[in-house]
Design a protein around this ligand. Structure first.
Ligand SMILES: Cc1ncc(COP(=O)(O)O)c(C=O)c1O
Length: 460
């Protein structure tokens, strides 16, 4: 990245802010957020794990954009792959034809994804992948002469997207309830495997995985013949970097198999090296019947997602049994070319192994901050790391999401050059190409920012 952004070549910053505030509706924000919310910035360039804003201030991108720029910023070769394909053939109809990059990417994914997940349905992002997975699961049962199997079981705290079906199966939906209910019919939610704040006030292993068994209770109570699928992220990021205890995934896989319920593993955040393996499922030898991916698939260089299906799933769609679902942008040729180039970078630079090594370094560094009274727990797998902040480590009382403490903390982080989202569980997921020096810088910034928050609010 250049030492200083050449502001002479950029439009005037004030004019841009004014235009952006007037004409750009920033997601999950109030109108004119660009002018009013100090957390919003205009970013102009990036290099690896670093980004620079229009004022020339450099930050470590602590969330890889929004958990997706896994290969890092400024990768000319991914941009070139997109551009070459767009110049030749940007698009082939997703329903009457396909393209060479779409076939090549589907084949590459069949090689990389867990077990026998061998067939890819392409779409443009994570929410679409989840919508598609739900529809594929329901149609699978219909074609297998079980048309009543339509219900979906999700988990509290999980996030699966913002479109209607994905929002409905998300365990974060109470936040949208005032505006968007009634939700999709036939969705149930179970407890997450969140040992630090167990819904049952049990502890592992004495609990004997009651949270997994609760899913079976729900399925039985509803009548298994009405349940289509269970959807869950192998490690829930939105739930607070919730890493399930040993045995959880084996138990849940068995429960789904016992009742003929499909298991949809949502690897939209987990996938593509984020957890130190190509897919988080690999940590537990888990193979979902259907798996959703997006984000790191093209590291943000193109909007693309996919639904990976195992043979028994796609075999239900044969002869006259057609998939009743299509998306114009599914299998976009240039997006597929970008994804292929992204996966080449992964392989050549060993990004999955770097995620494992840098994640361990980050976790160790954060564990060294336990003297701070506001540090509750550090959790992480690869570069999917969370620092749970608490008002009081004994009672585990949480900070209010919109409270003054987290506001001070967020300002302190940004001032010192670390961008992330500030929640009571601080998510830390930088690009997988991050260096050891940058990881140590992240830890030092967090250390100083915790001190700033604790001093300003008289904590501990
Ligand atoms: C696990 C999971 N699934 C699905 C989605 C939705 O993806 P998108 O925002 O690309 O629609 C997200 C987004 O963060 C996610 O975390």
């Amino acid at each position: 990245m250049n030492d200083a952004v050449d502001t002479t070549s950029l439009p005037n910053e004030d004019a841009l802010t004014e235009a952006g505030s007037e004409h750009l509706f920033i997601h999950a924000s109030a109108h004119r957020a660009l002018a009013n919310d100090a957390g919003k910035r205009i970013l102009v360039e990036g290099d690896g794990a670093l980004v620079k804003d229009i004022e020339g201030k450099e930050y470590i991108d602590g969330l890889a954009g929004l958990w997706l720029v896994n290969a890092g910023h400024g990768r000319q070769e991914i941009a070139d792959a997109y551009s070459r394909q767009a110049g030749k053939l940007a698009y082939a109809s997703s329903t009457q034809a396909t393209s060479i990059p779409a076939i090549e990417l589907a084949t590459r994914l069949a090689e990389l994804t867990p077990g026998d997940q061998a067939t890819a349905f392409f779409c443009s992002g994570g929410s679409e992948a989840v919508e598609s997975a739900i529809k594929i699961a329901r149609q699978y049962h219909y074609f297998n002469s079980e048309p009543k199997r339509s219900k979906i079981v999700g988990r509290r705290g999980s996030y699966h997207g913002a479109t209607y079906g994905a929002m409905s199966v998300s365990g974060t939906r109470p936040m949208s309830e005032p505006y968007h209910s009634p939700f999709m019919h036939g969705v149930l939610h179970a407890s997450p495997p969140y040992c630090y704040r167990c819904d049952f006030r049990h502890s592992f292993p004495g609990c004997d995985l009651l949270c997994a068994d609760q899913i079976e209770q729900i399925i039985k109570y509803e009548n298994p013949k009405t349940v289509a699928a269970v959807i869950a992220e192998p490690i829930s990021a939105s739930g607070g970097i919730v890493i399930p205890p040993k045995g959880y995934w084996t138990r849940l896989r068995e429960i789904c198999d016992r009742h003929g319920v499909l298991l949809i593993t949502d690897e939209v955040i987990n996938g593509f090296g984020r957890t130190g393996r190509m897919f988080a499922s690999e940590h537990w030898d888990l193979v979902g019947d259907i798996m959703t991916v997006a984000k790191g698939l093209a590291s943000g260089y193109a909007p693309i997602g996919a639904v990976m299906c195992r043979p028994h799933v796609v075999e239900a769609f044969e002869g006259k049994n057609k998939l009743s679902h299509l998306l114009t942008y599914g299998g976009h040729a240039a997006a597929c070319a970008a994804a292929l180039a992204n996966l080449e970078v992964f392989e050549r630079e060993g990004l999955v192994a770097n995620s494992q090594a840098m994640g361990a370094r980050l976790k160790e560094g954060l564990e060294g901050l336990s003297h701070h009274p506001s540090v509750g727990e550090v959790r992480g797998q690869g570069l999917l790391v969370g620092l749970e902040l608490v008002k009081d480590p004994d009672s585990k009382e949480k900070f209010a999401d919109d409270g003054a403490e987290l506001e001070t903390f967020g300002e302190a982080l940004a001032e010192r050059g670390l961008l992330t989202r500030v929640d009571s569980v601080l998510p830390l997921s930088p690009p997988l190409c991050i260096t050891a020096e940058q990881i140590d810088r992240m830890v030092a910034i967090i250390d100083d920012s915790l001190t700033a928050m604790e001093t300003a609010h008289d904590l501990g």
